[in-house]
Design a protein around this ligand. Structure first.
Ligand code: F6R
Length: 615
């Protein structure tokens, strides 16, 4: 939540920061701001709204300086308005700061500052922090770096910050605790950003700041990193970025979400590449292989995740228990971390997270680590916080996901979880060779089947969306492996079209939700041939007799369900265990087209952010 960009070098900072903020808008987009450092002082502009609104407002400032920082916000403290937008200036006008995170003890610090005569314009914790830095600087006559360090030592919370001092205009000070920050290293220039996408066309060399570290970045000098706590020097770990510019552009699609839906044959294939060697009957996964004793001796696997990643975890629960007969529990990370869970040394805790930065998932993992469990990460973003704290892990290789609603990351997660479940089942002998071979061959076909769905659905789902777009509610139903598909379908619809939707196991209908059914309620049912088909057919009959409208996701050749349904979408038949990957595609498209037809902002839905780095 919130994106930070900064530049210091020989070029004009303004276009680099503005373009960088646009790439980080997925992190928050309710307000934006920029400050440029000139020998005469700061040029600062900020506004409620998006980066494009900031651009319009920025015509009033000198855009030629070569040092600056910018921010795109997802509000935590204070409503989105011009005053609460970042950057925030200190009372003396000397220090300016952008911040991603939350300062939890800001009220007590603010009280202290007010007692000392400080005044505040905004409701933010960030304005408190910048004035707290001023207090240290003035009272102890410190340079910016030392003032920032001492102030941060008093702060409780999470942050990634970038700070400028107009009396030392060639320096940017940055620090991180709990929110990500990368430093791009060019020739005679440095870039700062919440992820590497803002500077990928300028340099491939980057340092990911570790939690508890801060850096002083000065033109003509090497980056100097120290620990915030005790000022110990930290050695530089410069990494080569694998990201490319095409991956973060729309490539001719109207929205990132649509591009990412259509990328799925590729992203699923990339996730399997080098891992599933179907002809040899081998699944190669170093993270599992090197730690197989931990997995195979585990009394229990606990999966922690949020949102869509949690839904992937639910599918994994069915699969790992089915293939490997290891008990699995799946929990929302936000609940797990606070409920004093029982975690034993021989438990394996798997965190699933696209961003690798979700605060609750990260905290749940840290808790599991403290209790001695083996922690394993499934992430999409290379070098993310979760990837760095886990004992081992596997990347999903879906490529950057920019649309706020998760699509290709979900199917990549399902793919990798399928590989893990198959590998564990094969290794501990619970899965017969015959079934293993059959399933690995079936998994290998999935990218091709996804491609077929995308071709077959062309135009069809758009027409269905037109019919149902004005309904204010929807119910999604599935059973077995497709119960999580129903939850995920409902989540996709509500987050981008703001239509209230609920997902249920189909058989749960009669225990309450059936009361909601009438001719105005669309019910989306996943009824694939190999999964409790007859049972779902009975559930559909119950729905039909309450006059609700049925949209059925069924296998090609189905006759029974389509005779009862108002509309249907075909997906090819595959092993039941992998149908959630296929069922996800039409459900994503249905949400997408409904949101488009309602004129919603598909890639940046209201109130949401891609990377939830606050709890
Ligand atoms: C839904 C969505 C969110 C995320 C959730 C977890 O489309 O994007 O529900 O799935 O915030 O995020 P990650 O996977 O980054 O931990």
């Amino acid at each position: 939540m919130c994106g930070i960009v900064g530049y210091i070098g020989r070029r004009e900072a303004y276009p680099i920061i503005i373009n960088g903020l646009k790439r980080l808008e997925y992190r928050g987009y309710d307000s934006a701001g920029i400050v440029l450092s000139t020998p005469k002082g700061f040029e600062l502009v900020k506004t409620k709204g998006k980066v494009s609104d900031l651009e319009e407002k920025s015509t009033s400032i000198d855009q030629t300086p070569t040092i600056g920082i910018g921010h795109t916000r997802w509000a935590t403290h204070g409503v989105p308005n011009d005053v609460n937008s970042h950057p925030h200036l200190s009372n003396n006008g000397r220090i300016v700061l952008v911040h991603n995170g939350i300062i939890e003890n800001y009220e007590s610090i603010k009280k202290l500052l007010i007692e000392k005569g400080y005044t505040f314009q905004s409701d933010t914790d960030t304005e408190v922090l910048v004035n707290f830095i001023q207090l240290f600087q003035e009272e102890q006559n410190l340079n910016l770096r030392d003032a920032v360090r001492l102030a941060l030592n008093e702060v409780v919370g999470a942050y990634a910050i970038a700070v400028l001092d107009n009396q030392d205009p060639d320096t940017i000070v940055v620090a991180r605790l709990g929110s990500p920050l990368a430093i791009g290293i060019g020739k005679d220039e440095f870039f700062i950003a919440s992820d590497a996408s803002p500077f990928i066309e300028f340099t491939k060399d980057a340092i990911y700041l570790e939690d508890g570290d801060m850096a002083s970045i000065r033109l003509g000098e090497e980056v100097a990193i120290h620990t915030i706590h005790n000022n110990e020097p930290v050695s530089l770990d410069i990494q080569e970025l694998q990201l490319n510019i095409e991956a973060i552009e729309k490539g001719g699609y109207e929205h990132f979400m649509l591009k990412e839906i259509y990328e799925q044959p590729r992203s699923i294939r990339d996730t399997m590449r080098g891992r599933l060697l179907v002809d040899e009957g081998i699944i190669k996964m170093a993270g599992i292989w090197d730690n197989q004793e931990r997995f195979l001796k585990a009394k229990r696997i606990i999966i922690v995740a949020c949102g869509t990643s949690y839904h992937a975890g639910l599918v994994a629960e069915y699969m790992i228990e089915d293939f490997a007969r290891i008990p699995v529990e799946v929990e929302y990370a936000s609940e797990f971390r606070y409920r004093n869970p029982i975690i034993k040394k021989n438990d394996v805790v798997i965190a699933i997270s696209q961003s690798g930065e979700t605060a609750d998932t990260l905290a749940a993992l840290k808790l599991a680590k403290e209790k001695g469990a083996f922690i394993f990460g499934i992430n999409n973003v290379v070098g993310s916080s979760i990837a760095r704290i886990t004992d081992a892990g596997a990347y999903t290789h879906a490529g950057p996901e920019i649309g706020v609603a998760s699509t290709k990351a979900f199917t990549a997660q399902l793919t990798i979880l399928s590989l893990i479940a198959l590998k564990l089942g094969k290794k501990n002998g619970e899965l017969s060779n015959e079934k293993y071979n059959l399933l690995t061959r079936e998994l290998d076909r999935i990218p091709e089947l996804v491609e077929k769905i995308l071709i077959d659905c062309e135009g069809k789902i758009e027409a269905i969306a037109e019919k149902y777009k004005d309904n204010r509610n929807a119910i999604y139903l599935g059973r077995g492996y497709n119960y999580p598909s129903a939850l995920e379908g409902a989540l996709k619809l509500k987050e981008i079209s703001y239509i209230h939707a609920e997902g249920y196991p189909a058989a749960e209908m009669k225990h309450g939700p059936i009361a909601l059914l009438d001719e105005n309620m669309p019910v989306i049912v996943i009824a694939t041939k190999r999964g409790y088909y007859e049972k779902v057919v009975s559930n559909i009959q119950e729905i039909k007799s309450r006059s609700a409208r049925i949209i059925a996701v069924v296998n090609e050749g189905d006759e029974q369900v389509i005779a009862m349904a108002d509309d249907h979408i075909f997906i090819p038949e595959t092993a039941e265990e992998f149908t959630p990957i296929l069922a996800a595609i039409p459900l994503q498209l249905l949400s997408y087209w409904i949101a488009v037809k309602l004129g919603k902002n598909v890639d940046q839905p209201r109130n949401l952010a891609k990377s939830v780095t606050v709890e």
